[in-house]
Design a protein around this ligand. Structure first.
Ligand code: GCU
Length: 632
């Protein structure tokens, strides 16, 4: 969800839909006059329809980090957004007899980036609002003199975010795992400025995800916040990928904003001696296509090239790997060759908190590599951009998905728009990352007219925004008919890859022995996208006792699953659920203690017996990936 920059437009557009949505889902009534409201309003000019358009590759721009300690005020019931408390006005008393029932100067501080739940004991279970405030100096005169523009860019914030500058509404965003930005050009004062950010992580029926999640609903400014400066006309975005049918041809586009025709653009790959010139069309985009003697990117050799894009006085550098990904019948082809996807599911969690730093992400990816994986699914939401860039460098393929998870209100227009915006934000951010081979658009959603239409449209949107990658979705496992297992879903025709989440042997017993199962191929690449059983690390017992939470049972679960999987030629890959035990408030058994314990590792990284079963299976199926530097 994006929001315009002027209070009056916000108010006019927001109180209507916003208030209706608020009333419908019991979400606290939106504030009355003067306060900002949340609503979807036209994004930057040149975007497709009202799709968000972000400045791509912010790390490659001139930035001013706002990370560090922020003053914070806990507003558990979201009272501050109303016009009674009106915390968003961020005022200080001007008269001795003036009373304001909010304040930041004597407030606690929270670290940004980072979830707020794990920074203060009192916040552990909070599903509500926290107000963050950052004071910073800015040379607004220089910006005006140089004719430059400045945006505030959020890597992500969970779940709904309302942004104010010096007491004025700037914009709102909805969605907990994708980046967003608002322009501050002309709004920053010379010298001291106050950025005030309201973050509300309450779950809602009309949200994405909705009420039912099997993970900890970490709230807050979970990823970096920075000011991004660009020239008045700048390189907004670019897409430079291998042509699907020619592994020595790079094609794509560069987009200058605001749009103007006939502006020269250059794309250079210095180490290959490539310097490609083009000119923009009326929409500000310039087509790019050049041949080069490329070393293709792969898990075995994660070759990245320094690429320089310039136009209208703006220049941005990136590191891009070039590879192709395609489907052929029931096969997935990487650089034209069938690829066995030895995968594992990850949540973005480490040390009992939301992972956010490069070191956090490196630890997670090294654990995946140590298992023998060459493929990771970011369950069930996009992880930080740093994670994706690290996967580029480490040579780990990614299935990256948006949190269209189980019970979504597909009949709600606002919900559908949120899904569309999240997909656009994820693709916009990672469209040049070789590691990402497929966009996941849903997990375990039930068939229905509204769902089928919404997800078919979402799959089509993904193909428009990025025709170079595959579109996938994960489904509840198939039903048994005797010994036959067959998956059917009206969504299949819209997808390239089908994910089957199989929990036979855990939630329900096998109706037949796994090695006797007859799977019917869905006629396109199938991944076993989840399969797992729980065990509490260090607890041992009989391998046939399902409710004993012991490691032997979990290990035997995997042995039995693999006995079935290795007989299925159309299964292109497997993703055990899940790399490590992770927090989930819906897991209340005494041996779970608020954790989902399907991890192959404990939450502290200790290897359970099942870890060795999976590692042996992966080792037996392919040469081990390059493990130098990975923990033994
Ligand atoms: C589901 C779901 C996961 C969940 C897992 C489980 O398939 O996709 O998010 O954690 O099963 O039940 O453990």
């Amino acid at each position: 969800m994006r929001l315009a920059v002027s209070a009056s437009v916000l108010l006019a557009a927001g109180l209507g839909i916003g208030a209706a949505a608020a009333a419908q889902d019991g979400y606290r009534p939106l504030p009355s006059a003067g306060a900002p409201v949340l609503d979807a309003l036209p994004a930057e000019p040149g975007a497709q329809g009202d799709m968000p358009s972000l400045i791509a590759n912010v790390a490659g721009r001139q930035t001013h980090s706002l990370d560090g300690r922020w003053q914070a005020m806990v507003d558990a019931y979201g009272a501050g957004m109303g016009d009674w408390k009106a915390a968003w006005r961020d005022r200080t008393p001007t008269r001795r007899d003036e009373f304001l029932e909010y304040g930041f100067d004597d407030a606690v501080t929270l670290q940004v980036p980072g979830d707020f739940n794990t920074q203060q004991p009192a916040l552990h279970w909070l599903e509500g609002s926290v107000w963050y405030r950052k004071q910073f100096d800015f040379d607004a005169k220089r910006l005006r003199r140089d004719g430059r523009r400045v945006f505030v860019h959020f890597g992500a914030a969970n779940y709904r975010t309302d942004v104010f500058l010096n007491g004025e509404p700037i914009g709102s965003h909805e969605g907990g795992f994708t980046p967003f930005q608002f322009e501050l050009t002309g709004k920053l004062k010379q010298g001291g400025n106050r950025l005030l950010v309201h973050v509300d992580n309450r779950r809602r029926r009309d949200a994405v995800p909705a009420m039912g999640v099997d993970w900890f609903n970490y709230g807050g400014l979970t990823r970096s916040v920075r000011l991004v400066e660009v020239p008045a006309r700048h390189i907004r975005d670019y897409h430079l990928q291998l042509s699907p049918d020619d592994t020595q041809q790079v094609s794509g586009w560069v987009w200058l904003a605001p749009a103007r025709a006939d502006v020269p653009v250059k794309v250079e790959v210095p180490e290959l001696g490539v310097s490609f010139d083009a000119r923009t069309g009326a929409d500000g985009r310039a087509a790019v296509s050049f041949r080069a003697p490329l070393q293709l990117w792969s898990p075995e050799r994660s070759r990245l090239y320094r690429v320089r894009v310039s136009g209208a006085g703006d220049t941005v550098e990136d590191e891009i790997g070039f590879r192709s990904i395609a489907v052929q019948g029931e096969r997935i082809l990487l650089n034209g060759e069938p690829v066995q996807l030895r995968g594992v599911n990850l949540h973005e969690e480490i040390d009992g908190r939301r992972a956010t730093s490069e070191d956090d992400y490196r630890r997670l990816l090294e654990q995946a590599k140590a298992l023998g994986a060459n493929f990771v699914r970011t369950a069930h939401y996009p992880f930080g951009e740093t994670f994706v860039r690290l996967a580029d460098r480490m040579g780990i393929l990614l299935w990256e998905e948006i949190p269209v998870y189980q019970g979504i209100d597909f009949a709600n227009a606002g919900t559908r728009q949120r899904m569309q915006h999240m997909l656009a934000e994820m693709i916009g951010r990672d469209r040049n990352r070789a590691a990402v081979i497929m966009w996941g658009i849903a997990n375990e959603t039930a068939p229905g007219d509204a769902r089928n239409a919404a997800l078919s449209a979402l799959a089509a949107q993904a193909r428009v925004q990025d025709p170079t990658r595959l579109v996938a979705a994960a489904f509840y496992g198939p039903g048994f008919h005797g010994a036959r297992l067959e998956m059917r879903d009206p969504l299949f025709p819209a997808l390239d890859v089908i994910g089957a989440n199989i929990y036979y042997g855990w939630y329900v017993p096998w109706p037949v022995a796994p090695e006797e199962v007859e799977w019917i191929s869905p006629g396109k690449p199938l991944l076993v996208s989840e399969f797992g059983a729980e065990a509490r690390y260090g607890r041992h017992g009989a391998a046939d006792l399902a409710s004993d939470w012991n490691e032997e049972f979990q290990a035997e679960f995997y042995r039995r699953q693999f006995r079935m999987i290795e007989r299925l030629p159309f299964v292109q890959g497997t993703l055990p659920w899940v790399l490590a035990d992770f927090r989930s408030p819906v897991r209340m058994h005494p041996h779970q203690q608020g954790y989902n314990r399907k991890g192959l590792l404990s939450e502290s990284g200790e290897r359970k017996l099942a870890w060795h079963v999976v590692a042996d299976f992966y080792r037996s199926r392919a040469p081990m990936p390059n493990l130098e530097g990975v923990a033994p």
